[in-house]
Design a protein around this ligand. Structure first.
Ligand SMILES: [Zn+2]
Length: 449
């Protein structure tokens, strides 16, 4: 194909796993590179059965779980795979945000290929690697881009725009090619604290009169989940804490800084302290300097933020600064009314020591279709039932609702719409013109159909 093309190497009829390749003449740029969250992609590898560390790309290629692209993978990742190692033929990788399904396979990529991320994402990836030994993004030539400042890769120009999402420092991209602009949304919403960023992005997108809009559609299909705005979550947590005098527990996604900030503010308003794990404390300490002063609570500095110290046989170096003054299960149990404890699901055995009074509130502040950290609902409820905790669902999704997605398509007016990161691309076709549900690994011309 002579003109620039778009190829979808992942994220097709699945949530997560976006891998968008834009080619213009000799120049090739890849957007996002992570695993899918859809269950069919877990049929080979699960928690206890992983690709070998000596040849992870080979082991994923075996089942078609990563695309066969020459000149992309690191020699070490390929091992002796039947896809031979070739010097880089992809010239840049851009990562929209630090969620696993967008960044989780970066360690497979040739370290010679520059990886472009926002400065906040760079810090988040570093923090995740420090605190989660199983997460590795690999050695790369990292390039940090600035908001709304173009980056040129040969004929292709990429302009990163910050957007609102359930992890901070998320971006959408305007991708200018020789035959028009491709708009790639990444993941986004506009009912969180950075809604105005999302609006600015889509206004700029419309002004480009884009040839193509590659849009996420996580919630495009039937969506029975109750969704609040971030402010709505705050109001409901406030109401709950005002009426329930005992220890309150909450569970969030680990990198949802907005939600942690909301819970902190609600705890303060109710004269409580928010208790977090050392890992969350480390995350907050990492990202707080990237926000305006006073926006994100800082461990050790912010009044009413403390660390809950689980009993552990050994502590990691990175945890130690946060363990001074950490509260024990006994201390929390004896003065439960003073605390809102953010308890990760993996730490539920703490409940055996915490013994919250019957009827104590458990705020479940998560729930997305197929996200990382999805847990078996039945297991969760079995624990809550055993301890007599009252379940309260209070969540603001990281994704725009179907009607909002369609409204955005209408306002951007692209020539062609490619819905990805969704199991229901046809829902777009029923709602807006110009929709083309993409097929996997098929190049589409940017200019014209
Ligand atoms: Zn995401």
């Amino acid at each position: 194909m002579a003109g620039p093309t778009l190829t979808f190497l992942g994220g097709v009829r699945e949530i997560g796993g976006n891998k968008l390749l834009v080619e213009d003449g000799p120049d090739r740029v890849l957007f996002d590179f992570g695993p899918s969250f859809s269950p069919q992609f877990e049929q080979y590898y699960v928690e206890y059965l992983k690709p070998r560390s000596t040849s992870p790309a080979k082991d994923l290629l075996e089942f078609g779980l990563v695309p066969r692209v020459e000149g992309l993978y690191a020699r070490e990742a390929l091992g002796d795979a039947d896809l031979p190692y070739r010097a880089p033929e992809v010239h840049a990788v851009f990562v929209s945000h630090a969620h696993a399904d967008h960044a989780g396979y970066l360690d497979l990529i040739d370290p010679e290929i520059p990886v472009h991320v926002g400065s906040g994402t760079r810090e988040l990836l570093r923090a995740i690697e420090t605190t989660s030994p199983s997460m590795r993004y690999g050695e790369h030539r990292w390039h940090v881009f600035a908001d709304r400042t173009p980056v040129r890769v040969g004929r292709i120009e990429v302009v990163p725009y910050p957007v609102d999402h359930s992890i901070p420092f998320a971006y959408g991209f305007l991708v200018r090619t020789s035959e028009g602009t491709v708009v790639y949304t990444g993941d986004f919403r506009h009912h969180g604290p950075r809604a105005s960023d999302t609006h600015v992005f889509f206004r700029a997108a419309a002004a480009e009169e884009p040839a193509a809009l590659v849009i996420e559609g996580t919630r495009a299909g039937p969506d029975s989940r109750r969704n609040l705005t971030e402010e709505g979550v705050r109001r409901e947590v406030d109401r709950l804490l005002a009426h329930r005098p005992e220890l309150a527990l909450a569970c969030t996604y680990p990198r949802d800084v907005d939600r942690l900030t909301t819970l902190y503010a609600a705890a303060r308003a109710a004269d409580r302290s928010l208790l977090v794990s050392p890992r969350t404390a480390y995350l907050l300490a990492t990202v707080a300097p990237l926000y305006p002063e006073g926006t994100v609570p800082v461990p050790g500095r912010s009044e009413g933020l403390a660390v809950y110290g689980r009993k552990k046989r050994r502590t990691f170096l990175w945890e130690r600064p946060f363990l001074d003054g950490a509260l024990s299960a006994e201390e929390v149990r004896d003065a439960g009314t003073r605390y809102l404890l953010a308890l990760d699901l993996v730490h539920f055995p703490e409940l055996i020591d915490l013994r919250p009074p019957k009827g104590a509130p458990f705020i479940h502040s998560m729930s997305e279709p197929f996200t990382e950290d999805d847990v078996d609902d039945r297991v969760l409820h079995r624990w809550l039932d055993h301890f007599g905790l009252a379940f309260h669902q209070m969540h603001a999704s990281g994704h725009a609702a179907a009607s909002e997605l369609f409204e955005i398509v209408r306002s951007v007016r692209p020539a062609t719409v490619y819905p990805i990161h969704t199991q229901h691309p046809e829902a777009f076709r029923d709602a807006v013109p110009g929709v083309r549900p993409p097929e996997l690994a098929t190049p589409y011309p940017v200019g014209g159909r």
